[in-house]
Ligand binder design. Structure first.
Ligand code: GDP
Length: 196
């Protein structure tokens, strides 16, 4: 049965590994550069306006937010990266938390949000590598598609696949959190991810 993404509840935030959820439900881990639209993608996916917070404040950059989907899986909102204005201490906290989560073996599927307009950044490439190291499948969401001309779409998607060095089975979903493009495809991929 398809996952009902409207059936979503916030469970908790974790700022250290003691807060990680380990109850065996599949975990869909969402990562992305700050401002890429990760919160907007999550809000679109669960049909809420302000569920994941758009434009999260700098003080909250080192915590993981858990949402339970349809009692069947967790949507795990990882702290964004590449935010220019965070302190060295904050960056250290972010690194330790992410390292622990990626080493935990808890990730079932990776979901990485990138900007459809640009070649993925060095940070994006590093993040994809972290997902690859866990051995989990990855779906990359190329967000802000509405800002592209039609003729730019295919070449940009190809650049993203190449730059992130896609493995067989990795998926790329052209998406617009603003317009809703790609939502059904992403729901379908994540539903089957949870079911298998
Ligand atoms: P986050 O920091 O990754 O969580 O990014 P946010 O969700 O806060 O979005 C950052 C900015 O990008 C906001 O101004 C959003 O309105 C805008 N944004 C997000 N998704 C889209 C999209 O698909 N298209 C357009 N045009 N803007 C978007």
């Amino acid at each position: 049965m398809a996952i009902n993404f409207n059936q979503v509840e916030f469970i908790r935030s974790a700022a250290s590994p003691e807060g990680f959820l380990r109850d065996g439900l599949p975990q869909l881990a969402f990562a992305g550069r700050s401002n890429v639209g990760k919160s907007s993608v999550i809000n679109r996916l669960v049909n809420r306006k302000n569920f994941a917070r758009v434009g999260a404040s700098p003080g909250k950059t080192a915590q993981i937010n858990y949402f339970r989907l349809d009692e069947r899986a967790y949507l795990v909102d990882l702290p964004g990266y590449g935010y220019a204005k965070v302190s060295k201490a904050e960056r250290g906290r972010w690194g330790r938390l992410m390292e622990a989560y990626f080493a935990s073996g808890l990730i079932t599927w990776g979901v990485m949000i990138v900007d459809a307009r640009h070649r993925p950044t060095a940070d994006d490439v590093t993040m994809a590598g972290w997902f690859y190291d866990t051995g989990c499948p990855l779906v990359v969401v190329a967000n802000k598609l509405d800002k592209l001309k039609r003729s730019e779409i295919e070449p940009n998607l190809q650049t993203i696949r190449e730059t992130l060095a896609f493995r067989e089975g990795d998926r790329l979903v052209p998406f617009s959190a603003e317009k809703g493009t790609g939502k059904e495809e992403l729901v379908q991929i994540l539903s089957s991810a949870i079911e298998t």
